[in-house]
Ligand binder design. Structure first.
Ligand code: NAD
Length: 471
């Protein structure tokens, strides 16, 4: 049992102001309680924000920021295997995902930020003005459960590199790995108050952070519904807000593409982390002329996904991360069948007696405007939609309220880029171009605003000041 009884405030583990309220953490593979963390109040947030405010030094040197980032990276590396095991236990990511993308990518993101800091020009001359980039101030960060370490590092490390201080609220579903990360931060011996952790319900602790008058910048990742509320509260406090929200990204496979590769990579992307990835390509768009061939390739690719115990190294698809997500996904599948989509494989039936397991599920002949093609499912569900020509593909790719990610495959990169430029979304992979932890990531439309990662992510945490010099 992992029992965490304290928040991390002002450089030490600190008892909650009103102790006794806890959040139980479940293992979705066993449905058993495996630990708990304290459930905080607005007063705990006040204490954390006050500590972050005291620790904020707007004149902090770049050398000191770099030292802090280096110490965070060093300490995190030591804790990475333990954090990966906790991620498997609390949200069901298969071992190879937890020890792979769930923990390796955040480290690469942090290292990327260190390199950005080394190269960044903090001042420039514009005419007779000296324009300088200053740390934004106290950052309130609110994160979801799907990539618990990544989401935290993608906010906290650039914030620290920019000279800010941070108050973080992790998700209620997967907080243990974040508490373990704060054990690492404790060893990093940052000055007291630079990083603070308060767990608790979104409606209490999350809202207290989002609307806090002494938080300068709110960085939120989560669902579009919660993001809307966070933006409203931050707006009232006149705090800057960045929102990384949901997605329903299109994998556009044009007629002259290498269909076999595009389908195989596309299925892998849609099912990564059990489909619980905001940037997942959950809509596969294929030309009508190659539709039958594409569906056969999809079925073959999906059949390779072994569902099972996430601690088993052979498992590629673990359980849904929690009971509510499991029921949400099942509801989407049942309604899609009711809406007339053709179930190619999978379904809403629970696999086994224990654990929130579902088979990878694919729908064909899906109406692009139906719920299953419009809404983010956040489970192992892919829809395959035919299109008639490039214009039709672009129209369908753009027909959801989201615009987070996507892919275009074509016979040449130039052709894929031409089509990609017509898709209103923040990031697109061209003919299988690999993930780049330095490339800006973020949404168009209802997928949010603001960018994370690399230089663009770093700049979100900077304020701009102009000094007009005498002529
Ligand atoms: P969620 O919105 O329910 O919760 C996210 C975080 O916000 C949690 O810490 C939660 O406690 C908190 N929260 C909830 N209501 C709040 C409120 N009223 N005020 C303040 N905080 C509140 O999302 P989730 O279920 O944890 O995560 C899944 C969602 O996150 C999906 O929609 C997914 O697309 C999105 N997501 C987006 C990205 C991205 O980068 N765009 C990345 C990962 C996940």
């Amino acid at each position: 049992m992992y029992e965490r009884k304290a928040f991390y405030i002002d450089g030490r583990w600190t008892d909650p102001i009103a102790p006794g309220n806890v959040i139980e953490v479940f293992n979705p593979a066993t449905e058993q309680v495996i630990g708990f963390v304290p459930s905080g109040t607005a007063e705990d947030v006040d204490a954390a924000v006050a500590a972050a405010r005291r620790a904020f030094d707007p004149l902090i040197s770049v050398a000191e920021r770099r030292r802090r980032v280096d110490r965070i990276i060093e300490a995190t590396q030591r804790h990475l295997p333990a954090i990966a095991d906790l991620i498997t236990a609390e949200m069901g990511a298969p071992r190879r995902i937890a020890h792979g993308v769930q923990t390796r990518v955040p480290l690469a993101v942090a290292q990327g930020i260190a390199s950005v800091l080394d190269e960044f020009e903090f001042s420039e001359r514009i005419g007779n003005s000296l324009v300088t980039r200053e740390p934004y101030g106290v950052v309130g960060a609110i994160t979801p459960w799907n990539y618990p370490l990544y989401q935290v590092i993608a906010k906290l490390v650039p914030a620290i590199a920019a000279g800010c201080t941070v108050v973080l609220k992790p998700s209620n579903e997967a907080p243990l790995s974040v508490f373990a990360f704060f054990d690492a931060l404790d060893e990093a011996e940052l000055p007291p108050g630079v990083v603070n952790l308060v767990s608790g319900p979104g409606s209490v602790v999350g809202e207290a952070i989002a609307g806090h008058p002494d938080v300068d910048l709110v960085s939120f990742t989560g669902s579009t519904g919660a993001g809307r509320r966070v933006a409203e509260l931050a707006g009232r406090a006149v705090s800057k807000v960045t929102l990384e929200l949901g997605g329903k990204s299109a994998n556009v496979i044009l007629e002259d593409a290498d269909l076999g590769t595009a389908v195989k990579v596309g299925v892998g992307n849609a099912l990564l982390n059990g489909g619980q990835t905001c940037m997942a390509w959950t809509r596969m768009l294929v030309p009508q002329s190659r539709y039958g061939e594409a569906l056969e390739l999809v079925e073959t690719a999906v059949a390779r996904y072994t569902v099972g115990d996430p601690t088993d190294p052979a498992t590629r698809l673990g359980p849904s991360a929690c009971a509510s997500q499991f029921e949400t996904v099942r509801g989407f599948i049942d309604r899609a069948r009711g809406d007339g989509a053709r179930l190619l494989t999978g379904g809403s039936e629970r696999i086994g007696d224990t654990g929130y397991y579902l088979a990878p599920t694919v729908f064909a002949d899906v109406d692009p405007m139906s719920e299953i093609a419009q809404e983010e499912v956040f489970g192992p569900v892919l829809v395959v939609i035919p299109f008639t020509d490039d214009d039709d593909a672009v129209r369908i790719a753009n027909c959801t309220p989201y615009g987070l990610s996507g892919a275009v495959w074509a016979g040449t990169d130039e052709r894929a880029i031409d089509v990609a430029c017509r898709v209103r979304t923040g990031q697109l992979d061209i003919n299988g171009g690999p993930y780049n932890p330095l490339a800006p990531f973020g949404g168009y439309k209802q997928s949010g605003f603001g960018r994370e990662l690399g230089r663009f992510g770093f700049e979100e945490y900077l304020q701009t000041r102009s000094l007009q010099l005498p002529l």
